[in-house]
Design a protein. Structure first.
Length: 260
């Protein structure tokens, strides 16, 4: 359950008075998600999602909201933040940072079709290409240093097989050179629960609150490992081929990326 902060109708009505969105019709909590409180909000003028940020401070959030607006304006199906009457994306509700964004159509998929894998590859490639023009910058807080620190913390809690697997993986990652690989805006969390579809049409890439500037191939690898994996953990070669081909139609690999 991701409704950590309860709001009353009169509190939301007062919040909405600072927007030109008409009157409140209905609202309901959203159970999906982990870190933030989310509500569906219906007004006389449209459908929106309200997010109350439970852990991030107001100083961290402009990067994400400005990125979402930028990408939506570049035809990436991102939920565009809604500006209030003073042209601010970020507000406060119940003493927590809060933002309204467009509610996008569609739903998550549990078992992606080949067509959906192709659409995700195309969408990610387009995002990586147009994101090069975004002026904001944020370091990846869960980059290589974080992974090393976290691995040391969890190793004592693992059984011998899992500990050996993690140790081998960290040794492998320590040998990978990324300094010559293309860097740009990445989503960093593009799992199935952060993409919306209507049938096989991709209608939304959501939850940009892990987004940052990092190696583009890292973002692609995260995406592939969720969208193209089979129940046994192996990759579905057909879905992988379709996703990568569609990605490269939007942004082809450089020589160093191809080798990596």
């Amino acid at each position: 359950m991701s409704v950590y902060t309860r709001i009353e109708p009169h509190e939301l009505e007062e919040f909405l008075c600072t927007y030109a969105l008409g009157g409140l019709v209905a609202f309901s909590g959203i159970s999906a998600g982990i870190e933030n409180t989310n509500y569906y909000v219906s007004t006389t003028q449209g459908e929106y999602v309200l997010t109350l940020f439970e852990t991030m401070g107001a100083q961290e959030l402009p990067y994400f909201l400005e990125l979402m607006a930028f990408l939506a304006e570049q035809d990436v199906p991102s939920a565009h933040p809604i500006a209030d009457r003073q042209r601010r994306y970020l507000r406060s509700l119940k003493d927590k940072p809060a933002a309204l964004v467009q509610r996008l159509p569609g739903a998550n998929v549990l078992t992606p079709t080949p067509q959906q894998c192709r659409a995700v590859g195309r969408g990610l490639g387009h995002m990586h290409r147009v994101g090069q023009a975004f002026s904001g910058r944020r370091e990846n807080e869960r980059g290589a240093a974080w992974r090393r620190t976290t691995a040391r913390k969890v190793l004592p809690c693992l059984d011998s097989a899992d500990a050996a697997l993690l140790t081998a993986e960290m040794e492998f990652q320590g040998q990978v050179q990324t300094r010559d690989l293309s860097v740009g805006v990445i989503h960093a969390d593009l799992f199935r629960d952060n993409v919306l579809f209507v049938d096989d049409t991709l209608t939304g890439i959501i939850d940009f609150y892990y987004a940052c500037n990092d190696v583009l191939l890292y973002d692609l690898a995260v995406t592939v490992n969720d969208w193209c994996s089979r129940p046994d953990g192996q990759l579905d070669e057909n879905n992988l081929r379709l996703l990568l081909t569609a990605y490269r139609e939007q942004r082809d690999f450089q020589v160093d990326e191809q080798a990596a």
